[in-house]
Design a protein around this ligand. Sequence first.
Ligand code: ADP
Length: 593
Amino acid sequence: MFTSPFFRRLFIPYLILLWLGIGWVGVFGAMRLRTSYLDNTRQAMKNESHLVADLAVPLLKNRDQSGLSELSKRLGGSLGRRITIIDAAGVVIADNEADPATLDNHHDRPEIIAANTQNDSDSVRESRTFHETLLYLAHRIQLDNGDIYYVRLSEHLSKLDESLRALYVALIAAAALAMVGTGLVSYYLAHRHAAPLVQLNEFATALTHGDLASRILRPQNDEMGTLAVSLNAMADSISELLAQAGKDKAELAAILESMSEGVIAANLKQQVLLVNDAAGRLLAFPPREAMGKNLWEVIREQQVLQAVKQVEIEGGRTTVTVGPVAGRKLEVTVSMFPAHGQAEGLVVVAHDVTESSRYQELRKEFVANVSHELRTPLTVIRGFVETLQDGAFKDPIKGPQFLNTIQKHTDQLANLVNDLLELSRLESQPSLPRLQNVDLSSVVRKAADLLAPAAARKSQQLIVSAPNQLPPIVGNMDYLERAVSNLIDNAIKYTRENGRIRAVAKAENGHVIVEVSDNGLGIPEADLARIFERFYRVDRSRSREMGGTGLGLSIVKHVAQVHGGSIEVSSTPGEGSTFRFKIPAASSETSSV
Ligand code: ADP
């Protein structure tokens, strides 16, 4: 507290003023004490001189020398003063403290000279007899016969000073006590007045240093107290606002971080204010180091920087497509962000459009493929129909041949439309319809039975190994039959006559596997990865010749996927291929479906 300047400014002047007051009162009191003491002594001596004079008059009339001497001694003793009786010539007649014979003439003493004119007079001076300062009071007596005498009383000032000294000591002690008392009172008052201000100051300093938990305790019941209560309330509001701001910031950060879009916010000087990890990932910069940097230090894509420039000049928003940046294709939107109706900065939002643009590409490719697949049989059909119309239908040999060709291509068209429908159904259905426990062994047997005539036509050996005790799988019977049929059908199609096809159903590590192998044409290494794509065929014309649509394996792959399984292939050109269609076996809970 004592270190507080405000406290010192209150306490020290208070103290100085009070001590000066006490000192002045003390000195003035001491001076007054001496004067009034002298006045009182003078008055007392005057009265005493009159008394002595009254008693001395009869003795003086009788010129009773010894009586006077005895009177001066008696009264001097009881009054405690020196009493001197002097005649008009200045000769000392009696004196209680000195032998009159030894005393010189007193006519020139100032009090004696003055007593001639004033009756009573006094003087303070050094005694020629005692060589010390004395207070003299002389009273003139005029007898009836006109003789003049003087009664002079004197008091040693050393005696007076002695009495005064005791008083002075008491006075000094009282003053010292008063000083200590006033010091304590000043300290208390200064403390009382300074404490709230010091507390306010400490509180404000704590707030400035970010200590928002600091409060003014026990506010007083005055204006300072009201101020303290208001400041406490203000600190509460600030804490609440800051907590809210912190919460908002955390929320914003959480939102930004959960976004798949990259977001960069910058002020009008293009300094980065906000950035999320996605922005760093998409635009290939370290997001943690981007804060406070300029946009051109962070973003390297010139197209985006140009868009930033354009939006800065023209306002509004601009979208540019960039990439590939780090292997991704991006759509970047730059726009102004207004706050309170005024442009405050720029927001750069980067979307990863790699997938969607790939999807667009695939869609375009698919439409082109479908059109192409449809066009070929349609062109053939139209050509043969026209030829028939031109008269060929009358030709007994070519007519039926042309009709056969038309039928083959119509079947091809029907196969294509069926496969397309099947694929679109598989892709559009989020969950499998008509789920049931399926025994893949019986599926394999059924498919093999259906396709046995086709294999027989090519004199192929179709070997089926499908044990009865296979665990069931949960799935859609139609789709599974279609998938297994596609695999056996392909094996028949792409295996020469007299070839061998093997269809095996078996259980392995919680899965049921249908393995279809052949010793046919096989698939070149380069094509293996692509044969499950739609419309992909190793040998397009052969596939068409066989009535293939290029969608069979796509359907198999989708069926495997919607059942939570997979399809694998291994093949050696000229030796044959093996397809492994793998579906998880039903667990005990699901097998009751
Ligand atoms: P397709 O209708 O042409 O048979 P798929 O999708 O069923 O279409 O098969 C795609 C391509 O994979 C076929 O065109 C063929 O080239 C190749 N392929 C499929 N199965 C076999 C197989 N067992 N042996 C050799 N090649 C095959």
